[in-house]
Design a protein around this ligand. Structure first.
Ligand code: ATP
Length: 311
């Protein structure tokens, strides 16, 4: 499949000398939701800003739907909608005028049916004549999305779409993103909420210290790196893990009331049957057993910690 967006060898050193991106290669497929995940300062906004033509890269090439984004800037930019982190609107304008203005900036004639649809999709239609300064924080965020969608982009970038928004709005945003994808829009979002990537993405890229350290299908990533844990609720609390159980590397939790066993879900032998046998042999009684999958969050923390240890 031809990628809708292709990034090759893109790096950035800011004028201050700050190296924000090591050469990055990344391909995005049409219609996918791609989450770029990374801690603060990892380079997520820099990468998005370069692709959207706001920041000039120090090296590399970017192709957006066949257009060289650094040479045919406008043609490439027309295909892209960007929802920035920061509010970038005239507070004294109305919602409708703001979104219309954005559409015209891209040289589109006033297509009011499209704008109405976008505002309705975002539950902003009733507020179309309100001044932006009078909207709640969540509504202002929706205006940024409406602006980004005003010129019917094929690729939508959402930079930290739900930073600082409440749970209800976050869920609404997720639904909206899924709806847009159903309409064929390709979506790239940056986030440090792992929950968000887990909920929304088809593929996840992890960026740390300016380097993409991993790109993987979300389900594959969870399968490959996913660990499971088993919690054993003890009948009698323990002061320490008995030496006879050393090979399972157990941890005591919950003030000695719970034993935690972390195991590799993909391994042929999980070690559970032998552990249970050993517990019986030692006369360790338990009330309950519970197993759970590790979340993308655990995987992410693992990855970043490993890199830190290796450095
Ligand atoms: N205009 C700039 N001038 C100099 N350095 C910058 C500039 N913008 C970003 N940086 C630096 O580049 C690095 C990457 O920043 P960037 O904003 O891309 O990270 P991020 O992953 O988006 O972080 P966050 O999650 O905090 O938004 C950081 O060290 C940052 O301080």
């Amino acid at each position: 499949m031809n990628p809708i967006l292709s990034v090759k060898g893109v790096s950035k050193t800011y004028a201050s000398g700050q190296r924000a991106l090591e050469p990055v290669d990344l391909e995005i497929n049409k219609g996918e939701i791609f989450a770029l995940l990374g801690p603060n300062g990892a380079g997520k906004t820099t990468l998005i800003s370069i692709i959207c033509g706001i920041v000039t890269p120090s090296s590399g090439t970017i192709t957006v739907m066949g257009h060289d984004a650094l040479r045919e800037t406008r043609a490439a930019r027309m295909r892209i909608g960007l929802v920035p982190q920061e509010l970038s609107v005239d507070m004294f304008e109305t919602v409708l005028a703001t979104v219309r203005y954005s559409r015209r900036l891209f040289g589109h004639p006033g297509h009011d049916a499209h704008i109405e649809q976008v505002l309705r999709d975002l539950s902003l239609w009733d507020k179309r004549n309100a001044k932006i300064k009078d909207l709640s924080g969540g509504m202002k965020r929706r205006v940024l999305i409406a602006k980004a969608l005003s010129h019917e982009p094929d690729i939508l970038f959402l930079d930290e779409p739900t930073a600082g928004v409440d749970v209800a709005l976050r869920r609404d945003m997720w639904k909206l993103v899924h709806r847009l994808r159903e309409k064929g829009t390709t979506i790239i979002l940056t986030t440090h909420y792992i929950e968000e990537a887990e909920e929304m993405a088809d593929r996840v890229g992890v960026i740390d210290k300016g380097k993409i350290i991993l790109v993987e299908e979300k389900t594959e990533l969870m399968k490959k790196l996913g660990k499971r844990q088993m919690l054993i609720a003890l009948q009698e609390p323990m002061d320490a893990v008995p030496g006879d159980l050393a090979e399972w590397h157990l941890e005591l939790a919950d003030e000695g009331h719970t034993l935690r066993y972390v195991f590799d879900a993909q391994a042929e032998r999980t070690g559970i049957p032998s552990l249970l046998r050993k517990l019986a042999e030692l006369g360790v009684g338990f009330k309950d057993l519970e197993t759970s999958k590790s979340s993308l969050e655990d995987i992410f923390v693992d990855l970043v910690e490993h890199r830190e240890q290796a450095a």
